[in-house]
Design a protein around this ligand. Structure first.
Ligand code: GDP
Length: 432
């Protein structure tokens, strides 16, 4: 067997097994057209080893480009989700990252709501030349309602004249959010070759154009980027101290503030203080993607952070809880239904409790109809991987279910408690 085949076998084994709940990250991507959503997603797939070369997944010709209409309108889209495994730069453990698209087009408002609902966190991608643009603003306001912690990626910093402050200002003014800059580029414009993490004061530099060879070193007193990094580090700590008493106390006492303190504070602020952790980079030039992914894992919540979810019984209206636990009864939420030219109706789900199993029967809690899953799968890059089970917190898709609307809740076929998840608007079916 070739190296490639062995790797593919290993990956398949990982993909087809159930992901551990605390290693799952369901992340929405929020971006204005042209900010770099496609390029950033491609680079994430590249660095995770899912695709061989950046740019392999082209615009408009992937399996994920289901929606012909959107293609005609020139809107780049990965129809619903892209899943990949991220091992981290230092860790041995795999994380299951599910990226969920939140189309920024005004026609899709209800769809965006349902997509955001299944996210535990989000990444806003900003064009450094433009800062926050209108579509981002709209989707961002929507995501406020779900209270999900967010990271930002200031993209295109390789462009002459691009600067960080434009985005920081517009995050403050247009999103009414506190911008917390967590890393900076170590070189400017075209010579931008590295990223300094302001918490750890580690410098990531890229030794080749593909950004595959990363050197991580301490950004200490002798390092060329030290002064600039210290300036921004002090600013980050001051910004955190304004909104987080724990940091404020340490700061006033003159105590050293470690990267662990900073990460703890960031996690707290992102969850409760309407703030966003901003990262620098250039997707096109392969800069800053790994540090962004590291913080997806470090700062954004796993589905385990949501202990339970509530809904109401369809017939009695009584409140029902389901726990983020494989032992609880099945509760799965259909957040998107698309017509695929090859597979027919494909329904994207998030499992909130229990386990969704291939070729089993499930009930649509609203209509009471029993449906049989003909195939359960995951979307990975431009491939479809069949799986046997989808565990708590995870996201996947099924075929075989008819008479479904996005926004429907699915339960075990024999469950007398017909839970319908609350706070979900039930819009007309999405048939293109
Ligand atoms: P999307 O519409 O948000 O999916 O944006 P794309 O990823 O398609 O990018 C839009 C355009 O910006 C394309 O021409 C990209 O090549 C370009 N682009 C994306 N990222 C960068 C970057 O980091 N630097 C520069 N200079 N161009 C970029």
């Amino acid at each position: 067997k070739s190296f490639k085949q062995v790797r593919r076998d290993q990956e398949n084994r990982i993909y087809t097994s159930m992901a551990e709940i605390n290693r799952i990250r369901n992340i929405g991507i929020i971006a204005h057209i042209d900010a770099g959503k496609t390029t950033t997603t491609e680079r994430m797939l590249y660095y995770s080893g899912t695709i061989e070369n950046p740019g392999e997944v082209h615009h408009g010709n992937t399996v994920m480009d289901y929606l012909e209409q959107e293609r005609k309108r020139g809107i780049t889209i990965r129809a619903a989700t892209t899943s990949f495994k991220w091992r981290g730069l230092n860790a041995d453990d795999f994380y299951q990252i599910n990226l969920i698209d939140t189309p920024g087009h005004v026609d899709f408002t209800a769809e965006v709501e349902r997509s955001l609902r299944v996210c535990d966190g989000a990444i806003g991608i900003f064009d450094a030349m433009q800062g926050v643009e209108t579509q981002t603003e709209t989707v961002w306001q929507q995501s406020n309602r779900f209270g999900i912690p967010r990271l930002g990626f200031i993209n295109k910093l390789d462009r002459i004249g691009a600067d960080i402050e434009t985005t920081l200002d517009s995050v403050r003014n247009k999103l009414n959010s506190v911008p917390l800059l967590v890393n900076i580029p170590s070189g400017e414009d075209a010579s931008f070759d590295g990223i300094v993490d302001l918490g750890t004061m580690r410098h990531y530099s890229y030794l080749d154009d593909l950004g595959k060879m990363v050197e991580v070193e301490d950004c200490d007193k002798d390092h060329f980027a030290y002064e600039k990094a210290m300036f921004y580090r002090d600013r980050l700590i001051e910004d955190l101290a304004e909104i987080d008493d724990t940091i404020a106390d340490k700061y006033l006492e003159g105590e050293f503030i470690s990267h662990i303190d900073i990460n703890n504070s960031l996690r707290y602020c992102l969850r409760t203080k309407n703030s966003v952790a901003l990262h620098c980079g250039s997707a096109l030039k392969n800069r800053g993607i790994q540090p962004l992914l590291e913080n997806v894992v470090n700062l954004l919540p796993s589905p385990q952070d949501t202990e339970s979810i509530s809904g109401s019984d369809v017939s009695t209206g009584q409140k029902i809880y389901r726990f983020s636990n494989p032992k609880d009864k099945l509760c799965a939420f259909a957040f998107k239904v698309v017509a695929d030219p090859i597979r027919g109706l494909v329904t994207f789900f998030r499992v909130y409790s229990g386990t969704l199993k291939n070729r089993t029967k499930i009930m649509n809690s609203k209509t009471g109809r029993i449906e049989k899953i003909t195939q359960l799968f995951r979307m990975t890059a431009d491939e479809v991987t069949n799986i046997e089970e989808l565990g708590v917190g995870d996201i996947g898709a099924i075929t075989g279910v008819h008479n479904i609307r996005s926004g429907d809740t699915f339960i075990q076929e024999d469950d007398p408690e017909r839970i319908q998840l609350s706070g979900v608007s039930i819009p007309p079916p999405v048939f293109f």
